[in-house]
Write a protein that binds this ligand. Structure first.
Ligand SMILES: NC(=O)c1ccc[n+]([C@@H]2O[C@H](COP(=O)([O-])OP(=O)(O)OC[C@H]3O[C@@H](n4cnc5c(N)ncnc54)[C@H](OP(=O)(O)O)[C@@H]3O)[C@@H](O)[C@H]2O)c1
Length: 210
């Protein structure tokens, strides 16, 4: 699969390495331009490329958003993501700490408003990048793997992202649609930044769904 990554820091850079390791073709991008990513892609090998944000968006069949949520100018133009599976890994941290006040809304619903036409899936936002980088285990059954949560309203897009999660050694756990599932995945919830197996995570989600 061709995967575009917007934001090649702790979470985007870790995902790039894992996706390349699983055999995918990856294009990474950041705010400073492709020249600053040369060393990263050299280390990742021939399946990794560095490009601008717009090029990474065009390249990806799946596009991962791994930039600060509070800087919408970091996102590619919505027209480049029309019909694409787009993964929102972002959390709404404010500049200098704390959370952006969103009232009744959630950060991924706001992302969807910014990117109409994208097939948005909220994923990877609950897992600390060091756990993501080290805890994937393709040798374990799903119930025993570290859980990675997914939320979204497009079942096919969610299935695509869930397959990618499995391929890099984690257990995808569906929390529901973008609104309610996305809310379950927010910072401060029982699912956020916890070490949970697939079986434990599913039990927690089922209990939350009541
Ligand atoms: N760190 C984690 O463990 C973790 C876990 C789950 C979710 N997240 C979420 O993932 C997102 C990224 O976090 P991170 O920890 O990976 O941050 P990070 O290491 O600071 O990386 C941020 C990336 O976004 C890029 N960026 C910033 N402004 C940009 C712009 N205007 N245009 C294009 N790219 C821009 C940066 O590019 P430059 O380097 O060129 O500035 C950098 O590549 C956040 O929304 C965070 O909440 C983080």
């Amino acid at each position: 699969m061709r995967i575009g990554i917007v934001g090649a820091g702790m979470i985007g850079g870790t995902l790039a390495r894992l996706f390349v390791g699983a055999g995918h073709e990856v294009t990474v991008s950041n705010s400073r331009g492709p020249a600053t990513l040369r060393q990263m892609v050299e280390e990742l090998g021939p399946r990794a490329h560095a490009a601008t944000v717009d090029q990474a968006a065009r390249f990806g069949e799946v596009v991962v958003l791994a930039v600060p949520w509070r800087t919408p100018q970091a996102l590619p133009p919505a027209e480049l993501l029309q019909g694409k599976v787009v993964v929102d890994a972002m959390n709404p941290y404010a500049e200098g700490g704390g959370m952006v006040e969103l009232g009744e809304s959630t950060s991924s619903e706001e992302t969807r408003k910014r990117l109409p036409g994208a097939r948005l899936v909220k994923a990877f936002n609950t897992i600390w990048y060091q756990h993501l980088g080290t805890r994937g285990r393709t040798d374990l059954p799903l119930d025993e793997r570290h859980a990675v949560f997914v939320a979204g309203d497009d079942d096919e897009a969610k299935a695509t992202v869930s397959r990618l999660i499995q391929e890099i050694g984690f257990a995808p756990i569906d929390t529901g649609g973008l609104r309610d599932g996305g809310r379950r995945q927010q910072p401060g919830t029982p699912l956020y930044n916890r070490i949970l197996t697939g079986a434990e995570a599913r039990a927690l989600v089922n209990a939350a769904e009541g």
